[in-house]
Design a protein around this ligand. Structure first.
Ligand SMILES: NC(=O)c1ccc[n+]([C@@H]2O[C@H](COP(=O)([O-])OP(=O)(O)OC[C@H]3O[C@@H](n4cnc5c(N)ncnc54)[C@H](OP(=O)(O)O)[C@@H]3O)[C@@H](O)[C@H]2O)c1
Length: 299
């Protein structure tokens, strides 16, 4: 039997990975912004309430411009907090589960080790605060909700650190890359693969199942931006001279939104409750770079 996912968002990197990877047992009905602007709570409720068949709702939308959010807090909260709240209420009314995506940026980075799901949050900026408000709204308004926190997403689609490094590397002889921010680089494709593999099971789980609630969902391993950039050029340009790279502190790039320095996420719940891990980030990066190379050949 096919599991039908109603997905908000059709153009973002995670949204596209979901659509690309769904097959046989899982069908995705993706709604673009033109079909449903998620800041319109009534349109969100209608989309969920009136969908002919839906087993699970997946929210792949976000206001993801971390620095710009500082000057657009209302819009950031509308997309990242009020929209998921409307989804959660409509899912609860319809009796279907909601999967929502959040971020490591709900933390302030002051912890010495990896953050677990129950650690205290303390976002440093508007984006993080809006995502935290979204997490809470989802968990308060829907009994069967999974809120997956992901980090440093990369993909062959969209704007992300991988694409940015390759673009800069092609034009600049020396890249200055931050070496004091650490997190778990994560392939959007692996997050999508997890969601698709779990969709049928999640759609049938009762409200008291341990799977619901917060989940740290990241590829295995941790890196600084500098270490990730090194891996990008090693894997993407094995036969080509990489640009020079200079490690610099975060203070070398002042940004409107202050970044947390440690965003490592602990994945014990993923292992314990789902019995799974996501593979090492470098392996996932290698595959994503292959996807990029294939796309370039086919372009
Ligand atoms: N990217 C990262 O490194 C990262 C890290 C941690 C967590 N996350 C989280 O991961 C999730 C996926 O991120 P992503 O990188 O895939 O985001 P993305 O590429 O920026 O995509 C965002 C999506 O949201 C849609 N959207 C924005 N406002 C909308 C509105 N008012 N109505 C309908 N659709 C709207 C966009 O549509 P348009 O194309 O029409 O604008 C786009 O499809 C998000 O929850 C994000 O917060 C991302």
């Amino acid at each position: 039997m096919t599991t039908t996912i109603l997905q908000f968002g059709a153009t973002g990197q995670l949204a596209r990975e979901m659509m690309l990877r769904s097959s046989g047992g899982v069908a995705i009905r993706a709604l673009s912004r033109a079909e449903v602007d998620v800041t319109d709570a009534e349109a969100v409720a209608r989309a969920i309430g009136e969908a002919p068949d839906v087993d699970l709702v997946f929210n792949a939308t976000a206001y993801a411009a971390v620095d710009k959010a500082q000057s657009e807090p209302d819009l950031a909260h509308a997309v990242n907090a009020r929209a998921p709240e409307a989804m959660a209420r409509a899912c609860q009314a319809r009796g279907v589960p909601l999967i929502h995506i959040s971020t490591d940026m709900v933390f302030d980075g002051e912890k010495a080790g990896a953050y677990v799901e129950t650690d205290a949050t303390n976002p440093l900026h508007v984006y993080g605060a809006s995502k935290l408000a979204g997490e809470r709204a989802v968990l308060e308004n829907c009994d069967r909700a999974l809120v997956a926190r992901v980090s440093w997403l990369f993909s062959a689609f969209g704007q992300n650190f991988l694409q940015m490094m390759l673009k800069l590397g092609a034009t600049q002889p020396l890249l200055r890359v931050v070496d004091d921010q650490r997190a778990c680089p994560t392939a959007s494709g692996d997050v999508a693969g997890f969601m698709l593999s779990q969709a049928q099971r999640l759609s049938r789980l009762p409200a008291d199942a341990p799977e619901w609630g917060l989940l740290h969902l990241v590829n295995d391993g941790v890196a600084t931006r500098y270490q990730m950039a090194q891996a990008i050029f090693e894997l993407a340009w094995p036969d080509r001279a990489a640009p020079g790279m200079q490690p610099v502190p975060t203070s070398a790039f002042p940004t409107p939104a202050r970044r947390a320095l440690n965003c490592e996420l602990d994945t014990a719940k993923l292992r314990g409750v789902f019995g799974l891990t996501l593979r090492p980030w470098r392996e996932a990066l290698e595959d994503t770079i292959e996807d990029l190379n294939l796309a370039a050949v086919n372009a």
